[in-house]
Design a binder for this molecule. Structure first.
Ligand code: NAD
Length: 501
């Protein structure tokens, strides 16, 4: 029996506008959003034109060049960010519900995201007031200090899988460091970013310090990437778009950071408890319906426990409750939109054609509660080969491949055998072995006997084609600063370089 939550408290049938230079305005056009849980129309949202994107850039430029935000003390900026974090907490129920209605994820996941987003602002508010820079012992009579300064106007383009959280990962360090921003949310999930604009407006953030530009990637996003008035672009999304953004950014050699896709391995050795490993494997791939950049989409299991692991994995995957995100017993929601649904179903067909064995899933759940929603059942493939597309390419849905290995070296070779290098995990009770394997993994985020732990305090980003640079932690703040050395001569006297002897 499905336990339905009270009807949505959030009103979505309202105006959803752009926020440019501290003013809300209509877009040049409107996009109709669909509720992924039932396929019905949700609301209309403003879409920015190229001209409106240019206006947002100019507003951010003016706010940076004329202040006051960059000139505030670190403590003053921190105080603002702490207030913002408190407001996110106060509005967390509404924001989480909105996130679920817009993107489809179960409410319990959206609630985690809201708390994480608030804490991200708190983390950077705290960090920016801590000691920074260097004092360097150069030959007398000079003294040298190294200071960090804001970069300037930062354009930030984010995907649809963690809408408000990705906005926080981008805005928190940028604002803490004294930059001004234009945030472009995904055209599919812009609602919480617009609510964030309303909260920032209420808190009286100076005009133009943050601009929220909803709209199409090829128009709004590309205008940001190309603009010579933008000093830095921070992008999170697919490898394909990331490469286009990096190419467009070349015009003025703006600073670029890229957080891209993954095909992350979870390696399970036979000395580890199979039931616990299966439990982590389910969480690794089916959380947020697999729409997670660091999803554990490849399971590598030691030969001696492979059969029992697969049997238990399949049994447990079949018990996952798929349904609308707002229903209390839902464990896995729909995919974000129809495009994504078709894409994932296509990959499932590719897997079958490639000769992989479909152990469970691969289809859409049936029943009234699913309406015309974008659901796919948890899907598991075995019998795969390393060069198959379903092993090599990011599917970004609830689809996992299970591979068998004999030796540690074979596990490492398979784990590293894709173009990606975002995350990876090793499960073993032999800490020496686990550490040895982790050291050989070409990935930026790794776990031993765990999966998906994400901390605002720790660097996030990938090796190989999973990206450039790191977000979060001290690394995340550094990528929003320029480094300047200041040399002071304490005893100026003629250099004498061109003096005639
Ligand atoms: P996407 O690349 O399609 O879109 C991302 C953003 O780029 C959107 O806002 C989109 O409008 C914009 N965009 C599209 N074309 C553009 C262009 N030509 N110029 C500028 N901007 C443009 O990605 P998506 O489908 O929204 O998100 C899924 C992808 O994001 C997956 O590959 C996933 O792995 C990745 N992701 C990575 C991380 C990470 O931290 N590494 C986190 C979340 C998601």
């Amino acid at each position: 029996m499905t336990q339905t939550l009270t009807a949505p408290k959030v009103k979505v049938d309202r105006k959803w506008q752009l926020w440019i230079g501290g003013k809300f305005q209509d877009g040049a056009s409107e996009r109709i959003l669909t509720n992924p849980a039932d396929g019905k129309t949700l609301c209309k949202v403003a879409e920015a034109s190229k001209k409106q994107a240019e206006e947002a850039i100019k507003a951010a430029r003016k706010a940076f060049d004329e202040g006051p935000w960059p000139q505030l003390t670190a403590m003053e900026r921190a105080q603002f960010l702490f207030k913002l974090a408190d407001k996110i907490d106060e509005n967390a129920d509404e924001l989480a519900e909105l996130e679920t209605m817009n993107g489809g994820k179960p409410l319990r996941e959206a609630k985690y995201d809201m708390a994480d987003a608030a804490n991200c602002f708190r983390y950077y508010a705290g960090l920016v007031t801590k000691p920074t820079g260097q004092a360097i012992d150069v030959p007398a009579p000079s003294i040298t200090t190294v200071v960090r300064e804001p970069i300037g106007v930062c354009a930030q383009i984010i995907p649809w899988n963690y809408p408000l959280l990705m906005a926080a990962w981008k805005l928190a360090p940028a604002l803490a460091a004294g930059n001004t921003c234009i945030l472009k949310p995904s055209e599919y999930t812009p609602l919480t970013a617009i609510r964030l604009a309303e909260i920032l407006h209420e808190l009286e953030l100076p005009e133009g310090v943050v601009n929220i530009l909803t709209g199409d990637g090829a128009i709004a996003g590309n205008t940001l990437a190309e603009s010579k008035l933008v000093d830095k672009i921070a992008f999170t999304g697919s490898v394909k778009t990331g490469k286009a953004v990096a190419a467009a950014a070349l015009g003025n050699l703006k600073k670029v950071t890229l957080e891209l896709g993954g095909k992350s391995p979870m390696v399970v050795f036979s000395d580890f408890d199979v039931d616990t490993a299966v439990d982590y494997a389910l969480f690794a791939i089916f959380c947020n319906a697999g729409q997670v950049c660091s999803a554990g989409s490849r399971l590598l299991v030691e030969e001696t426990v492979y059969d029992s692991f697969v049997k238990k994995l399949v049994e447990r995957a079949k018990t996952i409750t798929v349904g609308p995100g707002l229903e209390a017993d839902t464990e896995m929601g729909p995919l974000v939109n129809e495009v994504q649904l078709k894409r994932v179903l296509e990959y499932i067909e590719i897997g079958k054609k490639e000769g992989a064995k479909l152990e469970t899933g691969g289809d859409q759940p049936k029943g009234d509660k699913y309406g015309k929603g974008f659901y796919i059942n948890p899907t598991i493939f075995t019998g795969v080969k390393q060069d198959m597309r379903i092993v090599q390419e990011e599917i970004f849905g609830p689809v996992v491949v299970v591979q068998k290995f004999k030796t540690e070296d074979e596990a490492i070779e398979m784990a590293n055998g894709t173009d990606f290098g975002l995350a990876g995990a090793v499960f073993s009770n032999d800490i020496n072995r686990a550490y040895k394997v982790i050291k050989k993994l070409k990935a930026g985020i790794t776990w031993v006997n765990s999966f998906h732990n994400t901390y605002n305090e720790c660097p996030w980003g990938g090796y190989k084609q999973s990206g450039w640079g790191r977000e979060l932690g001290t690394f995340g703040l550094e990528t929003y600063t320029e480094v300047k050395q200041i040399n002071v001569n304490l005893d100026p006297a003629p250099v004498g370089w061109f003096e005639k002897k």
